[in-house]
Design a protein around this ligand. Structure first.
Ligand SMILES: C[S@@+](CC[C@H](N)C(=O)[O-])C[C@H]1O[C@@H](n2cnc3c(N)ncnc32)[C@H](O)[C@@H]1O
Length: 166
């Protein structure tokens, strides 16, 4: 089952035989069901949004993951010595943001998405947001031996606490 914010992507996936719905993390459509494994591949740990919004997004993803199930995601550490990106990271830190915080839009010719927050958390920041007040436990963290990429495996814990509850 796939979920994507892009209706065009969903159409392509359906044409290729994949069950797929239009929807946006964290405001997912009701009735998706509960899954053993939820994936955020292709750098989509970025959908956690920011340090501030990550607990709410993790809470939303927990609602579609069965207890004992897993969330597997990939990300890219925003480090590195590229001078343009280094300046951007320094600007972020200077205004109290995470170094890998970005607000982006995707454009092709005259078609553009709305602006949205996308976060390139460091692998250390990922470990910081998985606190006892989330429904998740950090099970595995794999850093690429030859690049900035990493993968995380989170275990959906039994108890329901924390962020997003009122
Ligand atoms: C980098 S691609 C990754 C696609 C796929 N997971 C993969 O590994 O090939 C990012 C995808 O996330 C979708 N997307 C962006 N924001 C989203 C959101 N808030 N909720 C669901 N999908 C989103 C985009 O439309 C795009 O198809």
């Amino acid at each position: 089952m796939g979920l994507d914010a892009s209706a065009g992507t969903v159409k392509v996936m359906r044409d290729r035989g994949v069950e797929n719905v239009v929807g946006s993390v964290p405001d997912m459509p009701p009735g998706l069901g509960e899954f053993d494994t939820v994936t955020l591949f292709g750098n989509n740990v970025g959908l956690l949004g920011s340090l501030r919004t990550a607990p709410r997004v993790l809470e939303a993803l927990a609602t579609v993951t069965r207890s004992g199930g897993r969330l597997i995601g990939t990300g890219t550490d925003p480090g590195g010595d590229d001078s343009v990106h280094a300046a951007y990271r320094a600007w972020n830190v200077g205004r109290g943001h995470s170094p890998g915080q970005a607000r982006i839009r995707v454009r092709s010719a005259d078609i553009a998405t709305p602006w949205f927050d996308y976060w390139f958390p460091t692998s250390e920041e990922i470990t910081e947001v998985i606190t006892d007040s989330t429904c998740w436990a950090l099970e595995e963290l794999h850093r690429s031996p030859d690049g900035p990429g990493y993968a995380v495996v989170l275990l959906r814990r039994d108890h329901q606490t924390g962020a997003g509850q009122s």
